[in-house]
Design a protein around this ligand. Structure first.
Ligand SMILES: [Zn+2]
Length: 398
């Protein structure tokens, strides 16, 4: 490359190879300089940066670009190619194949870095979910790298992604803090009971974050992760019941086991329903909200039982039930926002990026989980203050 003008004869195949590489570089440089892609990406600084990054990746230094040099190089290139083809040293088929592959990789990289948000009507059918959100949708991004990079771009899913990503990180932190408490403060059995709630919350928020991040990858991945998202909700409800039933029926072994069994069966039913292909379609949005709401509301039965056992106007039952009722109301409110798509149904196209129903639902889920954590912590403290059971493992006849 540095001694082009003093290039020796073309007899050596090594030289032919070196020349071809040089010409290939010139060609690629020219293609980039005159690329129609640049027109498409006009004004997009990100893609321009990528183009310059690509340039830095290519070894060697820039060639002189005077017209005389270009003419000379073109003439030499023709000679080189002729000699190569005639001597069978260049496989044109392989060259064409390589060039096509390189071009494909390049275009894909540019596309991934330079995609622009699209209108709802321009989305493929499998990405059309909420028609009250007009602009700002991600187009299909057929690579996980591009999906995860989209976390840092502004579109209809940005709020959904970040609400549950931050919520997930917060609960991971709370779990580590809780598990590291010394044993004299919280014993191992209680840590395991609380852990079921923490795992439910982390899995639910984590799956939700993952779903909203990769939902635009492809129809297959979108469906798979939406199923995981629903399974996460079922796990959160199950995990929330465990500590509540454990402390609520601390000294009443039989009802505790019966209620826990019912919760596990209902949770299993919700997960199986979530795995049903049609469950994630927009038409079944109210059905989805109803299934999880019914599962959550099934907690009313053990709650009434608990109050009957503890006494209706007992301070303890009022306090622990108060938090439980507040949690239930927050979940119901969230499910209503989600199912009815409020507020965007009243102002279509006005809540495309911020304030849409799904973001409100996400925030309410996090607040409800925090309220529940506070509620079960109070129940646990109350239980500790009471000491051991008077009559351990008493069965209550239902
Ligand atoms: Zn969500």
């Amino acid at each position: 490359m540095f001694a082009k003008k003093n290039r020796p004869s073309l007899s050596s195949s090594l030289d032919v190879q070196s020349n071809i590489e040089d010409e290939d570089f010139i060609l690629r440089k020219r293609i980039r300089d005159n690329s129609p892609i640049d027109d498409r990406l006009d004004g997009d600084s990100e893609s321009l940066n990528l183009a310059s990054d690509e340039e830095e990746d290519i070894p060697g230094c820039p060639l002189p670009s005077t017209p005389e040099d270009n003419e000379l190089l073109e003439a030499e290139m023709t000679e080189v190619l002729k000699a190569g083809v005639l001597s069978d040293e260049i496989d044109l088929g392989a060259l064409a194949h390589n060039a096509a592959e390189q071009a494909e990789v390049f275009v894909r990289k540019v596309w991934e870095a330079s995609w622009k948000v699209v209108h709802f009507k321009n989305l493929p059918k499998w990405l059309q979910d909420n028609d009250y959100l007009h602009r700002g949708h991600r187009p299909p991004l057929a690579s996980f790298g591009a999906c995860f990079k989209s976390i840092f771009r502004l579109h209809t899913e940005t709020g959904n992604i970040w609400t549950h990503l931050l919520g997930c990180i917060m609960f991971i932190g709370a779990t580590i803090y809780f598990l590291l408490r010394p044993a004299w403060q919280i014993n191992l059995e209680e840590k395991m009971i609380f852990l079921s709630f923490f795992i439910g919350a982390i899995v639910c928020l984590g799956f939700s974050f993952a779903f909203h991040t990769v939902s635009c990858h492809s129809e297959m991945i979108g469906k798979l992760f939406s199923k995981l998202d629903y399974c996460g909700i079922a796990l959160l409800i199950m995990g929330s019941f465990v500590p509540w039933l454990y402390y609520g029926f601390y000294c009443h072994y039989q009802p505790k086991i019966i209620y826990l069994t019912i919760v596990i069966v209902l949770g299993f039913f919700s997960i199986v329903t979530s795995l049903w292909d049609k469950f994630s379609t927009p038409q079944l949005r109210p059905v989805r909200a109803s299934v999880f709401m019914a599962f959550g509301l099934s907690g009313v039965i053990p709650a009434i039982h608990y109050v009957y056992m503890e006494g209706w106007f007992n301070e303890i039952s009022r306090s622990s039930l108060g938090w439980l009722v507040l949690m239930g109301l927050l979940y119901i409110l969230g499910a209503l926002f989600y199912a009815l798509r409020i507020p965007e149904r009243w102002f279509p196209g006005k809540f495309d990026l911020w304030g849409q129903s799904h973001q409100i639902f996400h925030v309410l889920v996090i607040v409800a989980a925090l309220v529940h954590y506070h509620g079960i912590s109070e129940m646990a403290m109350h239980r500790v203050s009471l000491g051991e059971c008077d009559i351990k493992h008493t069965a209550i006849v239902l």
